[in-house]
Write a protein that binds this ligand. Structure first.
Ligand SMILES: CC(C)(COP(=O)(O)OP(=O)(O)OC[C@H]1O[C@@H](n2cnc3c(N)ncnc32)[C@H](O)[C@@H]1O)[C@@H](O)C(=O)NCCC(=O)NCCS
Ligand SMILES: Nc1ncnc2c1ncn2[C@@H]1O[C@H](COP(=O)(O)OP(=O)(O)OP(=O)(O)O)[C@@H](O)[C@H]1O
Length: 211
């Protein structure tokens, strides 16, 4: 356990929970998955990921996928009947009203999945980690007992996103601007993990946050 004392009651918002539920968030491509993988691999903490639940929500056969098909037509599906994600991404990251429509269908599903997982986990004394990119925007902060925000500079975020997802500058900017600015997220965090330089920095911050 790397000599780290994981206190189950150390939450700074422990009024609503005597166990630790860490809400791991941050802007797109700031490094949440990098941190989440580290927590899972090094500390063996259970990590639940909102992006995975959001994908599950549209796996066929899915009523939400059917609503998406009805709204955007058959071309929103691939030949095998699964969602054409880049196609839907191109629609929703350009048009806030369409994004809102989609979120109205997917976020309640994601919330339900987290609630199920939390209720099954209550008896444990180990912290659990909920990786939720839109923790603030989707008003899911009530699910967690503390909030960790992963941050890097805006230009790093844009470059990492363009490189990882092979997006144009304009596409990357549209995705970044569809979210709450990182600085605002940091203001609301219990802990900020700075992923703008070497991993050593955020790993030290992570150890302090876990203690
Ligand atoms: C539009 C979709 C199909 C694009 O899929 P794609 O495979 O390109 O992206 P993926 O799902 O892997 O998301 C990557 C990142 O995009 C960002 N993102 C996703 N959805 C949104 C959104 N509605 N608003 C702002 N940012 C978002 C998050 O940082 C996420 O980590 C997909 O993102 C989606 O279904 N979004 C709506 C559901 C949602 O809000 N998911 C976020 C977690 S609850
Ligand atoms: N310190 C770093 N320096 C350079 N690149 C990094 C660093 N940390 C992460 N990356 C890279 O940046 C990209 C984004 O990281 P990651 O996928 O962890 O972000 P994320 O916040 O989980 O993204 P998303 O919001 O899309 O789920 C990845 O390609 C990752 O390898």
């Amino acid at each position: 356990m790397n000599g780290i004392d994981l206190e189950p009651n150390a939450s700074s918002r422990s009024d609503r929970a005597s166990w630790r539920i860490i809400g791991l968030t941050g802007g797109i491509a700031t490094g949440k998955s990098t941190v989440a993988n580290y927590l899972a691999q090094t500390y063996h903490l259970p990590v639940l990921d909102a992006d995975i639940f959001a994908r599950e929500a549209v796996e066929p056969p899915s009523p939400i996928l059917e609503q998406i098909r009805q709204r955007y037509g058959d071309t929103i599906l691939q030949a095998d009947g699964t969602l054409d994600r880049p196609e839907l991404g191109a629609i929703v990251f350009d048009r806030p009203e369409e994004r809102q429509w989609l979120e109205g269908r997917i976020h309640p599903y994601v919330r339900r999945r987290f609630e199920e997982a939390i209720s099954n986990y209550r008896k444990s004394d180990r912290p659990m980690v909920l990786a939720i990119p839109l923790l603030f925007e989707a008003r899911m902060t009530d699910l967690v007992s503390e909030i960790w925000v992963v941050s890097c500079s805006r230009i790093q975020q844009q470059e990492r996103l363009m490189k990882r997802d092979r997006l144009t500058r304009e596409q990357a900017i549209a995705r970044i601007e569809s979210q709450m600015p990182t600085a605002e997220k940091c203001d609301r965090a219990n802990w900020v993990l700075d992923n703008s330089s070497t991993p050593h920095i955020w790993i030290e911050q992570l150890k302090a946050a876990l203690r």
